[in-house]
Design a protein around this ligand. Structure first.
Ligand code: 6CS
Length: 378
Protein backbone atom coordinates (compact mmCIF):
# COMPACT_ATOMS: atom_id res chain seq x y z
CA UNK A 1 0.00 0.00 0.00
CA UNK A 2 1.29 3.41 -0.91
CA UNK A 3 1.06 5.73 2.08
CA UNK A 4 0.85 8.90 0.10
CA UNK A 5 0.54 10.13 -3.47
CA UNK A 6 3.41 12.52 -2.62
CA UNK A 7 5.72 9.70 -1.64
CA UNK A 8 9.02 10.16 -3.44
CA UNK A 9 11.40 7.26 -3.62
CA UNK A 10 15.03 8.02 -2.94
CA UNK A 11 16.96 5.38 -4.73
CA UNK A 12 19.48 4.50 -2.04
CA UNK A 13 17.08 4.00 0.84
CA UNK A 14 14.61 2.11 -1.33
CA UNK A 15 17.33 -0.14 -2.72
CA UNK A 16 18.38 -1.10 0.79
CA UNK A 17 14.75 -1.62 1.75
CA UNK A 18 14.23 -3.88 -1.26
CA UNK A 19 17.36 -5.86 -0.41
CA UNK A 20 16.02 -6.35 3.12
CA UNK A 21 12.66 -7.47 1.75
CA UNK A 22 14.31 -10.00 -0.57
CA UNK A 23 16.54 -11.16 2.29
CA UNK A 24 13.59 -11.56 4.63
CA UNK A 25 11.57 -13.49 2.02
CA UNK A 26 14.61 -15.61 1.20
CA UNK A 27 15.04 -16.48 4.87
CA UNK A 28 11.47 -17.72 5.44
CA UNK A 29 10.77 -19.98 7.12
CA UNK A 30 13.53 -19.63 9.71
CA UNK A 31 15.12 -22.95 10.67
CA UNK A 32 13.84 -23.94 14.13
CA UNK A 33 17.09 -23.16 15.92
CA UNK A 34 17.44 -19.68 14.40
CA UNK A 35 16.08 -16.64 16.27
CA UNK A 36 13.33 -14.62 14.62
CA UNK A 37 14.73 -11.32 13.40
CA UNK A 38 12.80 -8.13 14.26
CA UNK A 39 14.10 -5.12 12.37
CA UNK A 40 13.79 -1.80 14.21
CA UNK A 41 14.41 1.35 12.14
CA UNK A 42 14.96 4.67 13.88
CA UNK A 43 14.95 8.22 12.56
CA UNK A 44 18.09 9.23 14.43
CA UNK A 45 21.74 8.26 14.52
CA UNK A 46 23.72 6.14 16.98
CA UNK A 47 23.89 7.82 20.41
CA UNK A 48 20.51 9.58 20.04
CA UNK A 49 17.43 9.32 22.28
CA UNK A 50 15.72 7.02 19.78
CA UNK A 51 18.82 4.85 19.61
CA UNK A 52 18.80 4.53 23.39
CA UNK A 53 15.13 3.52 23.25
CA UNK A 54 15.77 0.91 20.57
CA UNK A 55 18.83 -0.45 22.43
CA UNK A 56 16.83 -0.92 25.62
CA UNK A 57 13.99 -2.51 23.64
CA UNK A 58 16.49 -4.89 22.04
CA UNK A 59 17.98 -5.84 25.40
CA UNK A 60 14.63 -6.46 27.07
CA UNK A 61 13.06 -8.40 24.20
CA UNK A 62 16.09 -10.62 23.65
CA UNK A 63 16.38 -11.41 27.35
CA UNK A 64 12.71 -12.07 27.82
CA UNK A 65 12.39 -14.30 24.75
CA UNK A 66 15.47 -16.27 25.76
CA UNK A 67 17.18 -14.95 22.63
CA UNK A 68 14.59 -16.58 20.40
CA UNK A 69 14.14 -13.07 19.00
CA UNK A 70 17.04 -11.08 17.57
CA UNK A 71 16.26 -7.34 17.41
CA UNK A 72 18.38 -5.57 14.79
CA UNK A 73 18.51 -1.77 14.97
CA UNK A 74 18.81 0.28 11.78
CA UNK A 75 20.01 3.80 12.69
CA UNK A 76 19.10 6.78 10.53
CA UNK A 77 20.89 6.78 7.22
CA UNK A 78 20.96 3.01 6.77
CA UNK A 79 17.44 2.73 5.32
CA UNK A 80 16.69 6.18 3.91
CA UNK A 81 14.70 9.19 5.04
CA UNK A 82 12.00 9.24 7.76
CA UNK A 83 9.34 9.02 5.05
CA UNK A 84 11.01 5.95 3.57
CA UNK A 85 11.28 4.31 6.98
CA UNK A 86 7.51 4.75 7.45
CA UNK A 87 6.91 3.26 4.00
CA UNK A 88 9.12 0.28 4.90
CA UNK A 89 7.23 -0.19 8.16
CA UNK A 90 3.96 -0.15 6.29
CA UNK A 91 5.28 -2.79 3.87
CA UNK A 92 6.63 -4.98 6.68
CA UNK A 93 10.22 -4.64 5.46
CA UNK A 94 10.96 -3.52 9.00
CA UNK A 95 8.77 -4.73 11.86
CA UNK A 96 9.29 -1.76 14.18
CA UNK A 97 10.14 1.91 13.69
CA UNK A 98 10.11 5.36 15.18
CA UNK A 99 7.72 7.66 13.38
CA UNK A 100 7.64 11.35 14.28
CA UNK A 101 4.60 13.52 13.57
CA UNK A 102 6.86 15.85 11.59
CA UNK A 103 6.97 13.28 8.81
CA UNK A 104 4.18 10.81 9.69
CA UNK A 105 1.80 13.78 9.87
CA UNK A 106 1.72 13.81 6.06
CA UNK A 107 0.02 10.41 6.20
CA UNK A 108 -1.94 10.81 9.46
CA UNK A 109 -2.93 14.51 9.50
CA UNK A 110 -4.38 14.33 13.04
CA UNK A 111 -0.86 13.71 14.38
CA UNK A 112 0.17 17.19 13.36
CA UNK A 113 -1.48 18.48 16.51
CA UNK A 114 1.81 17.57 18.22
CA UNK A 115 3.61 20.04 15.95
CA UNK A 116 1.58 23.06 17.02
CA UNK A 117 3.40 25.63 19.15
CA UNK A 118 2.31 26.80 22.61
CA UNK A 119 -0.14 23.91 22.80
CA UNK A 120 1.72 21.18 24.70
CA UNK A 121 2.23 21.64 28.45
CA UNK A 122 5.51 23.38 29.28
CA UNK A 123 6.68 20.91 31.94
CA UNK A 124 8.19 17.73 30.48
CA UNK A 125 6.51 15.59 33.17
CA UNK A 126 3.11 16.98 32.12
CA UNK A 127 3.89 16.17 28.49
CA UNK A 128 4.85 12.64 29.49
CA UNK A 129 1.59 12.21 31.43
CA UNK A 130 -0.33 13.44 28.41
CA UNK A 131 1.46 11.18 25.93
CA UNK A 132 1.02 8.02 27.97
CA UNK A 133 -2.66 8.67 28.62
CA UNK A 134 -4.43 5.43 27.54
CA UNK A 135 -7.38 7.43 26.21
CA UNK A 136 -5.17 9.50 23.94
CA UNK A 137 -3.31 6.42 22.68
CA UNK A 138 -6.61 4.58 22.10
CA UNK A 139 -7.90 7.49 20.03
CA UNK A 140 -4.74 7.61 17.88
CA UNK A 141 -4.20 3.88 17.38
CA UNK A 142 -7.07 3.42 14.86
CA UNK A 143 -5.48 6.15 12.73
CA UNK A 144 -2.21 4.20 12.70
CA UNK A 145 -4.07 0.94 12.01
CA UNK A 146 -5.76 2.47 8.99
CA UNK A 147 -2.23 2.90 7.58
CA UNK A 148 -1.16 -0.67 8.40
CA UNK A 149 0.70 0.42 11.55
CA UNK A 150 0.25 -0.27 15.25
CA UNK A 151 0.93 2.60 17.65
CA UNK A 152 3.04 1.35 20.56
CA UNK A 153 4.01 4.50 22.45
CA UNK A 154 4.43 8.25 22.27
CA UNK A 155 7.09 10.18 24.14
CA UNK A 156 8.88 13.52 24.17
CA UNK A 157 12.53 13.94 23.24
CA UNK A 158 12.80 17.31 24.97
CA UNK A 159 12.21 21.04 24.43
CA UNK A 160 12.97 22.38 20.95
CA UNK A 161 15.61 25.03 20.29
CA UNK A 162 16.49 27.11 17.26
CA UNK A 163 20.04 27.28 16.00
CA UNK A 164 20.78 30.08 13.56
CA UNK A 165 23.36 32.72 12.75
CA UNK A 166 21.58 35.76 14.14
CA UNK A 167 19.49 36.88 17.06
CA UNK A 168 15.76 36.24 16.73
CA UNK A 169 13.43 37.97 19.19
CA UNK A 170 10.54 38.80 16.87
CA UNK A 171 8.98 37.85 13.53
CA UNK A 172 10.82 40.86 12.05
CA UNK A 173 14.15 39.23 12.98
CA UNK A 174 13.01 36.04 11.23
CA UNK A 175 12.33 37.80 7.94
CA UNK A 176 14.31 36.19 5.12
CA UNK A 177 15.70 33.46 7.40
CA UNK A 178 15.52 30.10 5.65
CA UNK A 179 14.47 27.88 8.52
CA UNK A 180 14.72 24.14 7.95
CA UNK A 181 11.67 22.22 9.18
CA UNK A 182 10.41 18.67 8.88
CA UNK A 183 7.99 18.09 6.00
CA UNK A 184 4.62 18.77 7.70
CA UNK A 185 2.38 21.58 6.34
CA UNK A 186 1.77 22.73 9.92
CA UNK A 187 5.46 23.54 10.36
CA UNK A 188 5.47 25.40 7.06
CA UNK A 189 2.48 27.42 8.28
CA UNK A 190 3.99 28.10 11.72
CA UNK A 191 7.40 29.29 10.54
CA UNK A 192 5.77 31.17 7.66
CA UNK A 193 3.62 33.01 10.24
CA UNK A 194 6.79 33.81 12.22
CA UNK A 195 8.10 35.64 9.16
CA UNK A 196 10.73 33.03 8.23
CA UNK A 197 11.07 31.14 4.95
CA UNK A 198 10.37 27.56 6.07
CA UNK A 199 12.38 25.04 4.09
CA UNK A 200 11.60 21.30 4.33
CA UNK A 201 14.70 19.14 4.11
CA UNK A 202 15.63 15.58 5.25
CA UNK A 203 17.42 15.39 8.60
CA UNK A 204 20.58 13.99 7.04
CA UNK A 205 21.01 17.08 4.86
CA UNK A 206 20.64 19.71 7.59
CA UNK A 207 24.31 19.97 8.61
CA UNK A 208 25.55 20.43 5.06
CA UNK A 209 22.57 22.69 4.31
CA UNK A 210 23.67 25.01 7.12
CA UNK A 211 27.32 24.75 6.15
CA UNK A 212 26.63 25.58 2.52
CA UNK A 213 24.16 28.34 3.52
CA UNK A 214 21.27 26.67 1.70
CA UNK A 215 19.43 27.18 4.99
CA UNK A 216 20.07 29.68 7.79
CA UNK A 217 18.63 27.85 10.78
CA UNK A 218 16.92 24.75 12.06
CA UNK A 219 14.86 23.58 15.02
CA UNK A 220 15.46 20.49 17.17
CA UNK A 221 15.91 19.35 20.77
CA UNK A 222 19.34 20.00 22.32
CA UNK A 223 20.47 16.37 22.21
CA UNK A 224 19.85 16.32 18.44
CA UNK A 225 21.70 19.60 17.95
CA UNK A 226 24.66 18.20 19.85
CA UNK A 227 24.62 14.76 18.16
CA UNK A 228 24.22 16.19 14.65
CA UNK A 229 26.73 18.96 15.43
CA UNK A 230 24.44 21.72 14.16
CA UNK A 231 26.13 24.09 16.64
CA UNK A 232 29.35 23.77 14.62
CA UNK A 233 27.68 25.57 11.73
CA UNK A 234 25.54 28.09 13.64
CA UNK A 235 26.42 30.65 16.31
CA UNK A 236 23.07 31.40 18.01
CA UNK A 237 21.12 29.01 20.21
CA UNK A 238 17.63 30.22 21.04
CA UNK A 239 15.45 28.51 23.65
CA UNK A 240 12.00 29.94 22.87
CA UNK A 241 10.05 27.47 25.03
CA UNK A 242 7.47 27.05 22.29
CA UNK A 243 7.21 23.26 22.23
CA UNK A 244 8.90 19.87 22.68
CA UNK A 245 9.76 17.20 20.13
CA UNK A 246 7.20 14.40 20.21
CA UNK A 247 7.72 11.05 18.53
CA UNK A 248 6.02 7.66 18.36
CA UNK A 249 7.16 4.05 18.38
CA UNK A 250 5.15 1.89 16.00
CA UNK A 251 5.00 -1.68 14.69
CA UNK A 252 3.83 -3.11 11.41
CA UNK A 253 0.20 -4.06 12.10
CA UNK A 254 0.32 -7.55 10.53
CA UNK A 255 3.50 -8.30 12.43
CA UNK A 256 2.01 -7.15 15.73
CA UNK A 257 -1.23 -9.06 15.20
CA UNK A 258 0.62 -12.23 14.24
CA UNK A 259 2.61 -12.31 17.50
CA UNK A 260 1.75 -15.08 19.95
CA UNK A 261 -0.06 -13.88 23.08
CA UNK A 262 3.11 -14.42 25.07
CA UNK A 263 5.28 -12.38 22.73
CA UNK A 264 2.70 -9.61 22.45
CA UNK A 265 2.65 -9.36 26.23
CA UNK A 266 6.43 -9.14 26.29
CA UNK A 267 6.34 -6.34 23.71
CA UNK A 268 3.58 -4.45 25.54
CA UNK A 269 5.32 -4.76 28.91
CA UNK A 270 8.67 -3.66 27.46
CA UNK A 271 7.07 -0.64 25.82
CA UNK A 272 5.28 0.29 29.05
CA UNK A 273 8.54 0.04 31.04
CA UNK A 274 10.41 2.11 28.47
CA UNK A 275 8.08 5.07 28.93
CA UNK A 276 9.68 6.04 32.23
CA UNK A 277 13.26 5.16 31.35
CA UNK A 278 13.19 7.21 28.15
CA UNK A 279 11.65 10.12 30.07
CA UNK A 280 14.56 10.05 32.53
CA UNK A 281 17.05 9.66 29.69
CA UNK A 282 15.81 12.57 27.60
CA UNK A 283 15.58 14.85 30.66
CA UNK A 284 19.16 14.04 31.60
CA UNK A 285 20.35 14.66 28.05
CA UNK A 286 18.79 18.09 27.68
CA UNK A 287 21.29 20.00 29.87
CA UNK A 288 24.11 17.47 29.35
CA UNK A 289 23.89 18.21 25.64
CA UNK A 290 23.93 21.94 26.33
CA UNK A 291 27.12 21.50 28.37
CA UNK A 292 28.68 19.48 25.55
CA UNK A 293 27.74 22.14 23.00
CA UNK A 294 29.42 24.82 25.16
CA UNK A 295 32.53 22.65 25.60
CA UNK A 296 32.71 22.06 21.83
CA UNK A 297 32.53 25.81 21.26
CA UNK A 298 35.35 26.40 23.77
CA UNK A 299 37.46 23.76 22.03
CA UNK A 300 36.77 25.33 18.64
CA UNK A 301 37.36 28.84 20.06
CA UNK A 302 34.01 30.01 18.67
CA UNK A 303 31.48 32.19 20.45
CA UNK A 304 28.07 30.72 21.22
CA UNK A 305 25.29 33.28 21.68
CA UNK A 306 22.54 31.94 23.90
CA UNK A 307 19.10 33.44 24.16
CA UNK A 308 17.13 31.72 26.87
CA UNK A 309 16.63 31.02 30.54
CA UNK A 310 19.62 29.13 31.97
CA UNK A 311 18.53 29.26 35.62
CA UNK A 312 17.71 25.53 35.76
CA UNK A 313 21.11 24.74 34.30
CA UNK A 314 22.87 27.03 36.80
CA UNK A 315 21.29 25.16 39.70
CA UNK A 316 22.56 21.86 38.35
CA UNK A 317 26.16 22.90 37.76
CA UNK A 318 28.97 22.51 40.26
CA UNK A 319 30.79 25.76 41.16
CA UNK A 320 33.64 24.76 38.91
CA UNK A 321 31.38 23.94 35.95
CA UNK A 322 29.53 27.24 36.43
CA UNK A 323 32.78 29.14 36.17
CA UNK A 324 34.15 27.04 33.32
CA UNK A 325 30.99 26.98 31.17
CA UNK A 326 29.20 30.22 31.99
CA UNK A 327 30.79 32.88 34.20
CA UNK A 328 34.42 32.75 33.11
CA UNK A 329 33.93 31.42 29.60
CA UNK A 330 34.96 33.97 26.91
CA UNK A 331 33.22 31.81 24.29
CA UNK A 332 29.67 32.24 25.54
CA UNK A 333 27.46 35.33 25.38
CA UNK A 334 24.22 34.99 27.27
CA UNK A 335 21.53 37.36 26.10
CA UNK A 336 18.29 38.20 27.93
CA UNK A 337 15.54 35.62 27.46
CA UNK A 338 12.56 36.46 25.33
CA UNK A 339 10.20 38.58 27.41
CA UNK A 340 6.62 37.47 27.91
CA UNK A 341 5.56 40.22 25.48
CA UNK A 342 7.99 38.92 22.85
CA UNK A 343 6.74 35.37 23.37
CA UNK A 344 3.16 36.58 23.07
CA UNK A 345 3.89 37.90 19.57
CA UNK A 346 5.01 34.40 18.49
CA UNK A 347 2.08 32.86 20.33
CA UNK A 348 -0.36 35.11 18.43
CA UNK A 349 1.34 34.39 15.10
CA UNK A 350 1.22 30.64 15.75
CA UNK A 351 -2.58 30.83 15.75
CA UNK A 352 -2.54 30.67 11.93
CA UNK A 353 -0.91 27.21 12.16
CA UNK A 354 -3.73 26.20 14.51
CA UNK A 355 -6.20 27.35 11.86
CA UNK A 356 -4.41 25.19 9.27
CA UNK A 357 -4.56 22.24 11.66
CA UNK A 358 -8.30 22.74 12.19
CA UNK A 359 -8.71 22.56 8.40
CA UNK A 360 -6.46 19.58 7.70
CA UNK A 361 -6.48 17.67 11.00
CA UNK A 362 -9.54 15.55 10.27
CA UNK A 363 -13.21 15.76 11.25
CA UNK A 364 -12.40 15.76 14.98
CA UNK A 365 -9.53 18.25 14.79
CA UNK A 366 -10.99 20.60 17.42
CA UNK A 367 -11.49 17.68 19.79
CA UNK A 368 -7.96 16.45 19.13
CA UNK A 369 -6.63 19.90 19.92
CA UNK A 370 -8.74 20.19 23.09
CA UNK A 371 -7.46 16.82 24.30
CA UNK A 372 -3.94 18.30 24.45
CA UNK A 373 -4.97 21.40 26.29
CA UNK A 374 -6.02 19.72 29.48
CA UNK A 375 -6.70 21.73 32.61
CA UNK A 376 -4.04 21.34 35.27
CA UNK A 377 -1.07 21.33 32.92
CA UNK A 378 0.88 24.51 32.21
O1 6CS B 1 14.51 17.09 12.58
C1 6CS B 1 14.35 15.93 12.23
O2 6CS B 1 14.07 15.62 11.08
C2 6CS B 1 14.56 14.82 13.25
N1 6CS B 1 14.68 15.32 14.57
C3 6CS B 1 14.69 14.48 15.58
C4 6CS B 1 15.02 14.95 16.95
N2 6CS B 1 14.41 13.20 15.43
C5 6CS B 1 14.04 12.59 14.16
C6 6CS B 1 13.68 13.64 13.11
O3 6CS B 1 13.71 13.10 11.83
Amino acid sequence: MNLSPHYSCRFFGMLLGCLLLVASIGCQPEPDDQPDVWRFAIEESVGSVQYQYALEFEKQIEQQTDHQVDVVIYPYGTLGTSTQITEQLNLGIVQLAMASPGSLGKFIPELQVFLLHFVLPTRERDIDNLLKDPELLASLDPLYQAKGLKLLAMYSEGPMAWTLNQEVRSPDDFRGVKMRVMTSPILLAAYGAYGASPTPMPYAEVYSGLQLKMIDGQVNPLFAIERQKFHEVTSWLVLPGHTSFVTSAAANLDFYQSLSDQRRQIVDKTIADLQESIFVEQSRRHWDSFKQIVRDKIRRKEVLHVLGDLSTLRERLSDQERRELLDENPYIEIHPSLTSEEIQVFRDASQSAVDVFLEVGGADSQETLDSLQQPGSE
